[in-house]
Ligand binder design. Sequence first.
Ligand code: GAP
Length: 448
Amino acid sequence: MKNYSLDTIVSLAKRRGFVFQSSEIYGGLNGCWDYGPLGVELLNNIKQAWWKSMTYREDIEGIDASILMHPMVWEASGHIENFTDPMVDCRECKARFREDQIEESECGNKAFKGRKATKCMEEGKFTEARKFNLMFKTFIGAVESDDSVVYLRPETAQGIFVNFNNVRESSRQKIPFGISQIGKAFRNEINTKNFLFRTREFEQMEMQYFVKPGTDESEYEKWKEERLRWWQELGIKRERLRLSPHPQDKLAHYAKAAVDIEFEFPFGFGEIEGIHNRSDFDLKQHSEYSGKKLEYFDDVTKQRYIPFVIETSAGASRGFMAFLCNAYDEDEAPTAEGKLEKRSVLRFHPKLAPVKCAVFPLVNRDGLQEIARNITNDLKKNFNVFYDESGAIGRRYRRQDECGTPYCVTVDYDTLKDNSVTIRERDSMKQERINKDLVKKYISENTD
Ligand code: GAP
């Protein structure tokens, strides 16, 4: 298993329409990215896989809360007080750094490219660290005043906590049960870096599991295993994942225990998901600040209590980057002349692949195009399919390999005789012939 450079992956992501820099024609906007035609499919497939696994079960309900919330939410949650990073400024080049990331940073002066920021620090160029709150502020309504300040949510979790009573009452769930949500979150990160890894706008896939106090530790262990399994089910090998528990003195203000699931990116291991035992912190805080009781009454034991919460918080955008890095590979493929040439391939799990199948007519005459078009149109009713009639077949395969398309179907002269087509699998490059009327069933069975 090779770990390829981030530059190689970023360049493919742009070339094939996975990810573009936001507002590129204006020079870009730091920490913001746009998903292109293949990117949005991959992202949707990741979110869909997560949603099915985390919501289509008896004990979990889904919601979609608003991004703007009452400002008291962030008072109660502790984000106004605690959601900060220690920031230092360089007096000379005016660059800003997270104090705890100086070692990984470079001097902001472009004339000194490659110079370590630690060197500038040793030379006494940095100010004292001060707290920088990561929440983006904006105003609600027509008047821009202190009274109309609202925040773009820095995590989706709070939308779940404030809806605890609504969801429990409407769904009649009993503890233990969970609430899931996928949505955008915003953090004004001091330093963005590594492509989609640390951005200012990103998406999270979060689930809060409400449990009886005292069962929280075993539920925490259960969810740790469950979530580790999910990443592997979608094609990430165990050796590219690791669990990194947070030491007690580094826990977030709400956490009793926390562990990160980390993936081995080209630049080393980095967090893709956090599992937290949030205790009863959030429900207690919101009960106190709102004056509304967020508690549970067990009608069997007649006990009333504030549930503890086990949170699973995965990054959809970071997950996207992990799946992209995990899928990228290079090997050799035979040319029409029988020579071997290098190919780049994205070995996505078929469930995640942005395009499930590509359809080619061998040549653009004798009715082959019409048959290929008909197969494409039929498949399009169920899958994202790509029709391609330009260039040599080998070149068409290479293009699809780079997009991660698991299957390519070729219509040739034998199709005219016996209705069969060639179906070629991306990773093994093996080809087999099947009846053209069975293609839909084949794609459905092998990509879902
Ligand atoms: N509700 C808990 C929470 O938000 P977190 O560890 O701060 O916990 C959870 O974030 C996940 O969100 C991370 O594991 C990561 O995948 C993603 N994430 C956090 N900050 C991010 C950023 N600046 N850019 C991209 N993804 C981010």
